[in-house]
Ligand binder design. Structure first.
Ligand SMILES: [Cu+2]
Length: 229
């Protein structure tokens, strides 16, 4: 069901991704990936945002609390939240014209990105972890398949010039995968949007005023996907 929905919803992006990656490729498989439970344990210290900041995570400079609605997608899909990045793990090399980097980091026990949901009392609740791998760096490292987590391929994010939306949300072509370690996602642990996450308590005054970019998840068709995730 989840796959169905993604395929219909992101059909255009999937076509773009298929053009890049070739249809029907199997995801590169790593058998050494940690379990979600162990990732949750390893990142438990980041439930306290102070620990994240101390370890080098920085708040999204745009300070966006990202929602599906902001980016032109159905509101019922939900939200992500506010992203905190480790620039060193992402290997950021520049931000113009797109955020680019050399990062190929895929270890979720030290994720490149942490996602927080603003709470009504002003605190920030850790909801998910994410890794983001730049496509060129990944291919330059000799990989012929997208990165994957326990056989689940990362989403391929690349702008489709034929649409007004920026499907790569300001980033150079990359692969990304979220894992909703702290806030279970009814749509599945790896889906981009979580209907249980909200940006309701993200203060408008914190926003940059910049128009949100569209974010469309695209992933090449792959084989061996467990059904019904
Ligand atoms: Cu995200």
């Amino acid at each position: 069901m989840r796959v169905h929905r993604r395929q219909s919803m992101f059909a255009a992006g999937s076509v773009a991704a298929a053009l890049i990656l070739g249809a029907g490729v199997a995801a590169a498989h790593s058998s050494a990936d940690p379990t979600i439970a162990s990732i949750r344990t390893a990142t438990a210290r980041y439930r306290d945002l102070k620990n994240a900041l101390a370890d080098g995570y920085i708040r999204d400079p745009m300070n966006m609390c990202v929602t599906s609605k902001d980016e032109g997608q159905p509101e019922w899909l939900g939200a992500m939240g506010v992203h905190f990045f480790r620039p060193d793990l992402l290997g950021i090399t520049g931000t113009s014209p797109r955020v680019n980097g050399t990062g190929t980091h895929t270890d979720f026990t030290t994720p490149g990105v942490l996602i927080y949901e603003p709470q009504s009392n002003g605190s920030m609740r850790l909801v998910a972890v994410e890794n983001l791998v730049f496509e060129k760096a990944w291919r330059d490292a000799g990989h012929t398949q997208p990165p994957s987590y326990n056989g689940d391929a990362y989403f391929h994010m690349i702008d489709n010039p034929e649409t007004p939306a920026d499907e790569a949300h300001g980033f150079a072509p990359h692969f990304e995968l979220h894992i909703w370690t702290e806030l279970p996602n009814p749509a599945g642990p790896f889906m981009e949007w979580n209907s249980k996450a909200t940006c309701r308590y993200h203060h408008a005054a914190q926003s940059s005023g910049t128009s949100p970019t569209a974010r469309v998840a695209a992933r090449a068709p792959r084989t061996g996907a467990p059904p019904g995730r």
